[in-house]
Design a protein around this ligand. Structure first.
Ligand SMILES: Cc1cc2nc3c(=O)[nH]c(=O)nc-3n(C[C@H](O)[C@H](O)[C@H](O)COP(=O)(O)O)c2cc1C
Length: 346
């Protein structure tokens, strides 16, 4: 297949990578077949499952697929006393079911080099990285295979680092976005820029293509970011209630019915800032200690699972962007058709 170019897109939409089983082959292939980019969020996925997802999607589409990964950093657990306070923050939660909390042990995350094995075999059009810049050898390898590389930036300094890394494009993530903030070093800064302000800044100084992400829910939103110079719109929340998405029943229920609530950014679930629909867990965990990312994600795994299987949506993450109330519960094809009509009607 010829290398991906933004100008080839029939529709300037990238269905966002969303780790945790949301991105199914059916969802990804529908967007790719429509002339956009369908993405998989493979943050925690094993190489075997990455291979299965990519190969089964390739049977459904010859369009553009994006495989997305987290760039995890090595971590040390804090001393026993701090570990104990992190455990206590969870054991005192007002949750009725019995949940076992265990301090996780290394390895805390999958090895990127191993996860990328099936990507080099299957050769999707694009690989993107979130939370940092991968090793230079990875960017070189992708480029040698004709795979385009995109990396998330939340400010200009990160964007300039991405330019120096040799990547092909930048995903500009505004504060409105659902899921994890792509900030490289959460211990140092987070300027929390709104998407439009970030786009204006990046378009002034960066010549690489920029994809816009954060709070984009309809055709007018896509038109607005394209007018600010974006090469495409990356939309996550807008696809969460599609019939083809792997979104859990309780997550869908909150997206469709919790319109009396807003979203909040929390470290509580994973140890890293991420935006989701406000619930009891987020409220109670405000200013509470957490293990470093992603050890906190492992620590809260049993709680999130039990909350989900008991249909109690108050102790599980419902990642969503600020504009989730505009979500549509339709098939993916219908969402794409409506977006296209709105986009062309302006
Ligand atoms: C449920 C969910 C999971 C996400 N997982 C990832 C991920 O694995 N990798 C990634 O780069 N971005 C992830 N994101 C962020 C998206 O790439 C994108 O920045 C965000 O969806 C844009 O905001 P919106 O949800 O308002 O459209 C996730 C977002 C959501 C809502």
């Amino acid at each position: 297949m010829k290398a991906f170019e933004f100008s080839d897109l029939k529709t300037p939409i990238i269905q966002a990578p969303m780790a945790g089983g949301v991105n199914t082959p059916e969802l990804v292939s529908t967007v790719a077949n429509y002339g956009g980019v369908g993405s998989f969020g493979f943050a925690y996925t094993t190489p075997e499952n990455i291979e299965k997802s990519l190969f089964s999607t390739k049977k459904l589409t010859s369009g553009h697929i994006n495989a997305n990964f987290f760039v995890f950093k090595d971590i040390d657990l804090p001393n026993m006393k701090i570990q104990q306070t992190c455990l206590e923050a969870l054991t005192v939660l007002p949750f009725d079911e019995v949940v076992e909390f265990t301090i996780p042990a290394a390895p805390f995350f999958p090895l990127l080099d191993e996860q990328l094995g099936p990507v080099w075999e299957s050769r999707p059009s694009i690989v993107t990285f979130h939370l940092g810049i991968p090793a230079f050898s990875i960017i070189e390898k992708a480029k040698s295979l004709g795979i385009k590389v995109g990396i998330t930036a939340t400010n200009e300094t990160e964007a300039l680092e991405i330019v120096r890394s040799g990547a092909d494009f930048i995903v500009a993530q505004g504060i409105e976005a659902g899921g994890h903030r792509g900030v490289f070093d959460i211990g140092k800064y987070d300027y929390q820029l709104k998407l439009d302000d970030l786009l204006v800044q990046l378009k002034r100084t960066i010549s690489l293509p920029v994809v816009a992400a954060g709070g984009l829910m309809n055709g007018a939103d896509i038109r607005r970011v394209m007018a600010l110079g974006a090469s495409a719109a990356q939309m996550g929340t807008a696809f969460l209630c599609c019939a083809e998405a792997g979104t859990s029943a309780i997550h869908r229920k909150y997206l469709l019915n919790s319109h009396d609530r807003g979203t909040k950014i929390t470290n509580g679930f994973s140890g890293r800032p991420a935006r989701g629909i406000d619930n009891t867990f987020i409220k109670v965990m405000e200013n509470k200690p957490t293990l470093p990312f992603p050890a906190q994600n492992s620590l809260t795994a049993n709680l999130r699972k039990t909350s989900e299987v008991t249909s109690n949506g108050e102790f599980v993450s419902h990642w969503a962007g600020q504009n989730f109330k505009k979500i549509r519960s339709l098939s993916c094809l219908q969402v794409l058709q409506e977006l296209k009509t709105e986009l062309e009607s302006g």
